[in-house]
Design a protein around this ligand. Structure first.
Ligand SMILES: C[S@@+](CC[C@H](N)C(=O)[O-])C[C@H]1O[C@@H](n2cnc3c(N)ncnc32)[C@H](O)[C@@H]1O
Length: 227
């Protein structure tokens, strides 16, 4: 049993652990997602524009009953839910226990793990992985190690569906439903280089929404495949 499993369900212990072991950024995002669970759940009911093409690519040729890891799965809706509907097995990982509780309640056929992706070590091999709109909530020094730990558990031919920030920008905080959230990302080009160095082949890489001159720093989607 590792420390994450030991502390599963103990909110006070998690608060203490966040403060001692992890950056304030991670602590802030966990509290903030828990605080906006109702609003987030109400808005994140279906794939947003341009997202379907990435999910279609992820599951293309995937064998029936394939296993998919969803890192930063939130409530499991819509991504894990769509994968489960197609007959795949899903392991969802998230640090915000109130979002994860919805996933457990609605999608009991999934495997739901309460963990921080900076500390998460996959314990099985996967036919696919999703890290969608979650990596950019983690300080960028963790991004390569997180991707390395996931990629090394992907079977040959398995795909990773990933989104990152869309511009060259220092870390920043922004608000959503009145709560503060931390964001950080390498540039899309740097992430493509990391994934290529890890032995994947980039199959699809494009802006989901390009950066504007204002608040929107852009979002970039990638599907990479294990050679
Ligand atoms: C924008 S939501 C995206 C959720 C889901 N992937 C989707 O596409 O709807 C970001 C998710 O990442 C999770 N998250 C953020 N930082 C995390 C971390 N360090 N470890 C685990 N989960 C994290 C949040 O709790 C939240 O559920």
């Amino acid at each position: 049993m590792n420390i994450d499993q030991f502390m599963e369900g103990d909110k006070a212990a998690w608060e203490q652990r966040d403060k001692l072991m992890f950056a304030p950024a991670t602590h802030m995002n966990r509290r903030s997602y828990n605080a906006i669970v109702k609003d987030w759940d109400a808005v994140r009911t279906a794939l947003f524009r341009h997202e379907s093409a990435f999910l279609d690519r992820l599951v293309n040729d995937m064998r029936p009953s394939a296993k998919v890891l969803d890192l930063g799965c939130g409530t499991g809706r819509p991504v894990a839910e769509l994968l489960l509907q197609q007959g795949f097995s899903v392991t969802g990982v998230d640090q915000a226990e109130d979002l994860l509780a919805l996933a457990r309640q609605r999608l009991p056929e999934g495997r739901w793990l309460h963990a921080q992706m900076e500390a998460f070590e996959p314990d099985e091999d996967y036919d696919g992985a999703v890290i969608w709109d979650s990596l950019f909530h983690v300080p960028r020094e963790h991004h390569e190690p997180i991707l390395r730990r996931v990629v090394r558990r992907l079977r040959p031919g398995a795909r990773l569906m990933l989104s990152v920030g869309g511009s060259d920008h220092p870390p920043f905080t922004d608000t959503m439903y009145g709560q503060p959230f931390f964001y950080d990302s390498h540039t899309p080009e740097a992430v493509v280089s990391i994934l290529t160095a890890l032995g994947t082949v980039i199959e699809k890489a494009e802006f989901i929404n390009p950066p504007t001159d204002g608040r929107d720093k852009g979002r970039y989607g990638i599907v990479a495949r294990m050679a």
